[in-house]
Design a protein around this ligand. Structure first.
Ligand code: ZN
Length: 294
């Protein structure tokens, strides 16, 4: 992906120098969650949850003191010479352009979200966001949160290298914001209280696969207008989708594959829905809620 030199977004908020890291790398502050819980939470809330904060809340019993999170100063932008931040900002800008066009074409207005770079832990309208959860979107404040250390995890631990795999991560989270903008998130949340755990998991899978499909829609239009992808880029995103399928994660954690516990979809499903969005670039092909087979 030839992203250098392209326009960057003004919507990146850099909180990386605001502490809350706790020094241990996981940033669990005073809540006292052991490494076992961390490992389980990593699998359960792993990567791109719409609100993985609930996962840690449940695992830690919900009680106990809240993690120490420092007060925030005024929002500021990342330094201009920070290459990784520049990459994120460039991809974010392109999602703003693409989604604004798509919304405009159907008579709507896209309100772009903020993207927060943080380390360790940071306050969000969804509770304390922590690095170990992986990147996530909080509908309460309409912000995407990412600790860029996640890209190392993606590359080195999950075996998904490639700059376009990193772009896919952002595009997936933006996909959750698009769901929010379209009113899908609100409808799903209304429904959740009436559902069993298994049914809720099934709904989560459809939410996540739709975000993958939306990421594909973005990739389609992005490539059409910028022609900035190289051979292998789409493959690197597809590989990332494969590596973070629920079945792949359960297997790599040495556990039995339990379809009822899936919250994001299998590797094959994640690849299929990204690919569906990428091929047509049409939002209407992303109705995972109406789809019989996923
Ligand atoms: Zn997600």
């Amino acid at each position: 992906m030839r992203w250098e030199g392209n326009e960057q977004s003004d919507n990146v908020e850099d909180r990386r120098d605001e502490g809350g890291g706790g020094g241990g790398g996981f940033g669990f502050g005073g809540r006292g969650i052991g490494i076992g819980t961390v490992a389980v939470a990593l699998i359960a809330g792993w990567i791109f949850g719409i609100n993985p904060l609930t996962v840690l809340g449940l695992l830690s019993g919900g009680g106990g003191p809240a993690p120490q999170v420092q007060q925030q100063g005024p929002a500021h932008k990342p330094p201009a010479d920070d290459r990784e931040a520049a990459f994120v900002s460039t991809v974010l800008k392109n999602t703003e352009v693409v989604w604004s066009d798509i919304f405009r074409q159907s008579g709507g207005t896209y309100r772009p979200p903020k993207l927060v770079l943080f380390r360790g832990a940071t306050p969000t309208a969804c509770g304390t966001g922590e690095s170990a959860m992986g990147p996530f979107y909080c509908p309460g404040d309409k912000k995407v949160y990412i600790d860029l250390g996640f890209y190392d995890t993606l590359r080195n631990q999950l075996g998904a290298p490639g700059v376009f795999a990193q772009a896919y991560v952002i595009a997936h989270e933006i996909g959750h914001h698009v769901q929010d903008e379209l009113g899908i998130t609100g409808k799903v949340d209304q429904m959740r209280g009436r559902l069993s755990q298994t049914q809720n998991n099934a709904v989560s899978v459809r939410v996540e696969l739709q975000a993958d499909c939306f990421a594909g829609v973005w990739a389609h239009h992005s490539q059409q207008s910028k022609q900035w992808l190289d051979p292998g880029d789409i493959e690197s995103a597809m590989n990332a989708a494969q590596k973070i399928g629920d079945d792949a994660l359960q297997r790599s954690a040495g556990r039995a594959v339990v379809p009822d516990s899936f919250t994001h979809g299998t590797s094959a499903q994640r690849q299929r829905w990204f690919s569906t969005g990428f091929k047509s670039g049409d939002l209407r092909d992303c109705d995972t809620f109406a789809a019989r087979g996923l």
